[in-house]
Write a protein that binds this ligand. Structure first.
Ligand code: FES
Length: 166
């Protein structure tokens, strides 16, 4: 049986089971909502939290769906809209900037051949400019699907990180 919530996105039984598992792992604790949403988002190919999933989590946790949308719009690691499989988040805040994030940013654009907001032809990568995500000690840094890669101060290091996903 499949639970159809909207014509655009269907929560399959398998996905529902996976979401239930995430909720169990977090003890159905509403104070862990950001961690819950990060884990749920990681279950979805395009790395976002579709509306039916947001309502499913809200109902099961339980928590107000408006709180979920506050998180989805506030935290750069979360998204309410589809993204590429690998959103490459380049930190543009001060510690990364003084350690070379401008050239990191240019190199990422050159390697992937897209501008921020565009998706590569194969749907795998997009570039997002984001604020500090707490990895200033390893600046300049990028984050891909929640994992931080730091000390990216040469084109070779950047190329090596992106090559892991190609
Ligand atoms: S300034 Fe870039 S991670 Fe903090």
């Amino acid at each position: 049986m499949v639970t159809e919530v909207t014509p655009e996105f269907v929560i399959t039984d398998e996905l529902a089971r996976e979401i239930d598992r995430v909720l169990d792992e977090h003890g159905h604790d509403a104070t862990q909502i950001v961690g819950v949403l990060l884990d749920v988002q990681a279950l979805i190919e395009q790395q976002y939290v579709p509306q039916p999933v947001a309502f499913y989590v809200a109902q099961k946790l339980p928590i107000k769906v408006s709180v979920i949308y506050d998180c989805l719009t506030f935290y750069s690691a979360l998204s309410p809209t589809p993204r590429a499989k690998y959103p490459v988040q380049v930190c543009r805040s001060i510690a990364c900037k003084v350690n070379g994030s401008d050239s990191l940013f240019e190199t990422v654009k050159e390697i992937l051949g897209v501008e921020p907001g565009q998706v590569t032809y194969d749907g795998r990568f997009t570039i997002e400019e984001v604020s500090c995500f707490g990895a200033c000690d390893v600046a300049p840094a990028i984050r891909i699907n929640g994992k931080v890669y730091g000390h990216l101060d040469t084109p070779d290091k950047i190329r090596a990180v992106l090559a892991e996903f190609m």
